[in-house]
Design a protein around this ligand. Structure first.
Ligand code: GLA
Length: 376
């Protein structure tokens, strides 16, 4: 048994190394589905691990319990060449240099809360202003910078469970919040993320994952040539600090109209600074629906995004500056990756007309998102 486990670890790690370091290698598919683990260092006196999820096809996702971060998602392109469609690093160290949330779990509140405060049941809560005067992605030490408790439900199924207790008052938020996130790599190359949470005091909650994608698998290509559809007739316009005014505006006749597939670069010049906007999804309820599709002609890859959430932040890597280096040694330059962050709308705690983000004691928070990659 020990020998089998060792072989699985060795096999998965060597495949991963090949995949991440050399985008042109073909992959040996003779690998068993499941999950393996290796030591990745320590943070805050806690052990950090890198987990490799392998599905039936031999495709892989790597995740660390530091920040619940997805570090790679390796799939084949149309020529059978393997590379990661998610940007990231091969070691823990660069993740400690505060990259802009690469692959991480985001909480307690993904996106921004205006003026870093909100009022709930008559009490005003002051949060850390870490984005000008606003709070962004959970504050100074959000869920992306903590070590999650990891467990493996079964080592023959590619699934990882992460748990984190965010204590009452952490980053200014009320209530002890117990969060569980389950990552699964499905056999049809879906990276499924299930979020569950419970609280002992009412609190705003907006969990998401901040993976950056480049479907070509090579960040020396920017993402402006990839084609995007978002099933959203409306978006939430923002002020210069990216806080929504509260208006829900039609995308019709604007650069935000992705209702039919178009190149990301098509109307890009008309959006000052690039896209960094929340789209109001057309879906009517909290069922798991397809909300976006991205395709790339270079690799032939397609990515379908499914979610239970009402909003989607489309971000075109407008603050990427080449400082961080992706798997394989390429600098992560401006617009070399995009994010599709499934979420509730930014600043909802201060916008009574937006769907509520308040979780109350006794309620069960449950959201699901799937990023499914295929090849044409
Ligand atoms: C989110 C925000 C962006 C930016 C990135 C991280 O997507 O909407 O404005 O802060 O995170 O750099």
């Amino acid at each position: 048994m020990k020998f089998v486990s060792f072989m699985l670890v060795a096999g998965a790690i060597s495949i991963l190394t090949v995949s991440c370091n050399n985008n042109s290698e073909n992959k040996n598919a003779a690998v068993k589905p499941g999950i393996t683990k290796k030591d990745w260092g320590q943070v805050d006196g806690k052990n950090v691990y890198l987990y490799t999820l392998v599905n039936d096809k031999g495709d892989t996702v790597t995740i660390t319990n530091y920040g619940g971060t997805v570090t790679s998602f390796v799939t084949p392109d149309k020529n059978g060449k393997y590379s990661s469609v998610i940007i990231g690093f091969d070691s823990l160290q660069p993740y400690l240099q505060k990259p802009p949330y690469f692959g991480a779990l985001i909480g307690r509140y993904g996106n921004r809360i205006g003026n870093a405060k909100f009022t709930l049941d008559g009490t005003t809560y002051q949060l850390a202003a870490n984005d000008g005067k606003n709070t962004l992605h959970g504050g100074l030490k959000g869920f992306d910078k903590v070590v999650w408790d990891a467990s493996v439900p079964s080592d023959t199924i590619p699934s990882l469970t992460l748990k984190y207790l965010s204590k009452d008052g952490e980053e200014g938020y009320p209530g002890n919040l117990n969060v569980t996130v389950q990552y699964t790599l499905t056999n049809d190359d879906g990276l499924k993320i299930e979020y569950n949470a419970e609280t002992d005091k009412p609190t705003p909650l907006n969990l998401t994952n901040h993976s950056y994608f480049n479907l070509t698998g090579d960040v020396s290509n920017n993402i402006l040539g990839e084609t995007l559809m978002i099933d959203a007739d409306n978006y939430t316009p923002v002020d210069t600090t990216l806080i929504p005014a509260g208006e829900i505006k039609s995308v019709k006749g604007t650069p935000f109209d992705f209702t039919s597939s178009k190149e990301i670069g098509k109307d890009f010049a008309e959006v000052k600074g690039g896209y960094d906007h929340n789209f109001v999804l057309n879906k009517k309820d909290s069922s798991l629906d397809k909300v976006a599709e991205v395709s790339d002609s270079i690799s032939g890859r397609i990515m379908d995004v499914y979610t239970t959430q009402p909003g989607l932040q489309f971000y075109t890597g407008n603050f990427l500056d080449g400082k961080f280096i992706n798997h394989g040694g390429t600098p992560i330059a401006l617009h070399s990756a995009f994010c599709l962050e499934t979420q509730h709308f930014p600043d909802s705690p201060n916008k009574p007309n937006f769907p509520s983000t308040i979780l109350k004691p006794g309620e069960k928070y449950h959201e699901v998102t799937v990023y499914k990659v295929s090849v044409k």
